[in-house]
Ligand binder design. Structure first.
Ligand code: ADP
Length: 638
């Protein structure tokens, strides 16, 4: 449409006064606009006005760029200035045009320079819709690609009645979880995802839905490209075109492998618990105000069988229903404490059945926490140990009975030994006294010379008889001492062993000087024990070392070091030593070694030492080499 202005002349020149041409231009569906070389609008057609809502008066002689969105102006300005320079170029450009109501419309411009009139012709199409569609598509495609769920779009390449899907699109999530690349999957039938997995029921369902163009939600076991099983939830919907004809399917897929595996595991656990031979109770986590709470939420069949309560009777109640008169307070307190501290516990408890019958259980209670660490339940497993407890009680009774019997017989034995020894010692002392008297009388009557020459043999018989009596006396004394060794811990005292050994060396002074012995000891500890017994222990070992000395001057070393549980002592000598094989038997009552034929003794000393050490929670043993010496080791762990 022309403006009545000075430019009319120019426009008339352009159109050669051809009003028909102008008329046709106004009829054109394309948007037309003519601008001069300064960029000012000199002509706009009807289509321009219809599309932009501007009237001629709004745009005439205004800068064309003024109507273009500021975002696109610079590009247009550079194109126009290039056109102005070249004066012959043709250019294509899409930009946003600001309409009269302030909206932006996308126009695709064809710009031509008119040499004859030195004007620029711009013709355009409104591509807003197309642009918006493209934009929307870009939008969807980005949204699809960013979607957390996998998306697959398949096109029907079969008929409507006999559809056949072929994949045309998959998003990034699909690629990530399936392992397939775009080129592997486009053009394939979605059943490729199934891999080697078969599930006739779901397959049939899906086929049916596909055929009927119906939506379907299913859970299927698929396989990744590398053959790994994955559980997927599929939501498939058909898509129709503008005419309402179904052309595609869209399938939204969710990897639910973790959930399915968890469910399977849960099912497995549930079946284990349900079928367990052991009674299982699950309670709420709180209130732990025992014995009122927590409430039972589940019991298995074994529980019902063991207790006689039905599930309905147990659920909603508390495990307190199982306790009764003789359930120990200590056990109840232990359980309470562990519940308060959310700690697992194992405890033997006496429980009661519904019918009042008592039974013993080995109870294990553990707290169960959710993934955030909050305790939600307690699981308690009860193993019926009534038989075991009964057996144990019977065993304990038996042991008690036997111990009493043993104590009685030990006491009898002790009394016997001490009475027998006492009673034997008197006649032995008497025999010895009479033999001494007899010897004295004979000496008096016959004189020294006759006794040592004429009656030498008779004198020897007398010596043998007296020696025998002495041996018998020592033996009886030894038995008496052995029978009197008792633990008597309550009489124990702290004993300074350095002082004890000082004492012993005084007692054995005669033997020590006879053996020309040196006894080395210092830093012996103070230990808790029985005074007499410890004296006897050291005295026996030192006497033996003196007795079983060799030809060299006798040297005895007594030392001590701390051990794991107490003290380790050693009494070392340089005597005749002990034959290999005798090391253990010499600690037995009346046992003597093979190397000592010429030495007197009853074989009681070391067995006394063994009993004393045992009383002080220790051990005794010997290491020895014949002709080199022996070391007796013993521990005291008091
Ligand atoms: P006895 O000394 O009366 O024989 P013991 O029970 O004290 O009885 O000793 C048992 C045996 O152990 C001794 O007969 C001897 O053979 C051996 N024995 C004990 N102490 C030593 C020692 N220090 N050196 C060599 N042999 C020893």
């Amino acid at each position: 449409m022309f403006q009545k202005s000075k430019k009319n002349t120019l426009l008339n020149t352009i159109f050669d006064n051809d009003s028909l041409l102008k008329y046709y231009l106004d009829l054109s569906l394309d948007i037309l606009c003519i601008i001069d070389l300064d960029g000012k609008i000199v002509y706009t057609n009807q289509s321009f006005h219809n599309t932009t809502n501007y009237e001629s008066i709004d745009v005439f002689e205004k800068q064309f760029t003024h109507f273009v969105s500021p975002k696109d102006q610079s590009k247009l300005v550079s194109i126009l200035s290039k056109l102005k320079e070249d004066k012959e170029a043709v250019s294509l450009i899409s930009n946003r045009f600001v309409t009269k109501d302030g909206n932006e419309k996308w126009f695709s411009w064809n710009i031509v320079y008119d040499k004859k009139h030195d004007l620029i012709f711009l013709s355009a199409r409104d591509i807003t819709l197309m642009h918006d569609n493209q934009e929307q598509l870009r939008f969807f495609s980005t949204a699809f690609d960013k979607a957390k769920d996998a998306i697959l779009i398949a096109k029907n390449i079969g008929t409507l009645d006999n559809p056949n899907p072929s994949i045309v699109y998959v998003n990034q999530t699909f690629i990530d979880y399936s392992g397939y690349q775009i080129e592997d999957i486009i053009g394939q039938n979605p059943r490729i995802m199934r891999g080697k997995n078969k599930n006739a029921v779901t397959q049939k369902k899906m086929k049916q839905a596909l055929k009927n163009w119906e939506s379907i939600d299913v859970e299927v076991k698929n396989q990744t490209k590398t053959g790994e099983d994955i559980w997927v939830s599929l939501s498939i919907s058909p898509i129709a075109n503008d005419e309402g004809v179904f052309t595609h399917w869209i399938s939204i897929q969710k990897d639910i492998t973790t959930r399915v595996l968890k469910e399977q595991q849960l099912k497995m656990f549930e079946s284990i618990v349900t079928n367990s031979q052991e009674s299982v109770i699950i309670t709420a986590a709180e209130p732990i105000d025992y014995p009122k709470g927590p409430k039972i939420v589940y019991v298995n069949d074994a529980f019902c069988e063991l207790t006689g309560y039905t599930k309905a009777e147990a659920i909603g109640n508390t495990p307190g229903i199982l306790q009764g008169e003789l359930t120990s307070v200590e056990a109840k307190n232990n359980i309470k404490k562990s519940l308060e501290n959310w700690q697992p516990i194992q405890q033997d408890v006496l429980n009661y059945k519904k019918n009042g019958e008592s039974f013993w259980i080995d109870l294990s209670i553990v707290p169960v926490a959710d993934k955030n660490g909050w305790f939600t339940h307690w699981i308690s497993i009860q193993r019926d140990i009534t038989e075991r407890v009964k057996l144990q009680e019977a065993l304990e009774k038996d042991v008690l009975k036997r111990t009493k019997e043993l104590e009685r017989s030990n006491q009898k034995l002790e009394t016997f030994a001490s009475v027998a020894s006492h009673d034997l010692k008197a006649p032995l002392r008497m025999i010895n006294s009479y033999l001494t008297l007899l010897r004295k009388r004979l000496f008096k009557k016959l004189g020294d010379v006759a006794m040592n020459s004429t009656y030498k043999e008779e004198m020897e018989y007398l010596n043998f008889a007296q020696q025998g009596t002495k041996n018998a006396y020592d033996l009886v004394q030894g038995i008496l001492e052995y029978s009197q060794i008792k633990s008597e811990e309550d009489t124990w005292k702290i004993i300074d062993l350095n002082k004890k050994v000082d004492n012993i060396t005084l007692l054995l002074k005669k033997d020590i000087s006879l053996a020309a012995a040196t006894i080395n000891y210092n830093n012996l500890p103070k230990v808790k024990g029985n005074k007499t017994q410890l004296q006897q222990l050291f005295q026996n070992l030192i006497s033996n070392a003196l007795k079983f000395r060799g030809d060299n001057p006798c040297e005895i070393n007594i030392s001590c070091e701390r051990s794991k549980d107490g003290y380790l002592f050693s009494v070392q000598d340089n005597g005749i030593g002990i034959k290999a094989g005798d090391e253990n038997i010499i600690f037995n009552l009346f046992s003597r070694g093979k190397t000592n034929k010429k030495f007197e003794g009853q074989g009681i000393g070391l067995s006394l030492c063994k009993e004393i050490v045992k009383n002080h929670s220790g051990n005794i043993w010997v290491e020895s080499t014949v002709d080199k010496g022996s070391t007796f080791y013993f521990t005291i762990n008091t």
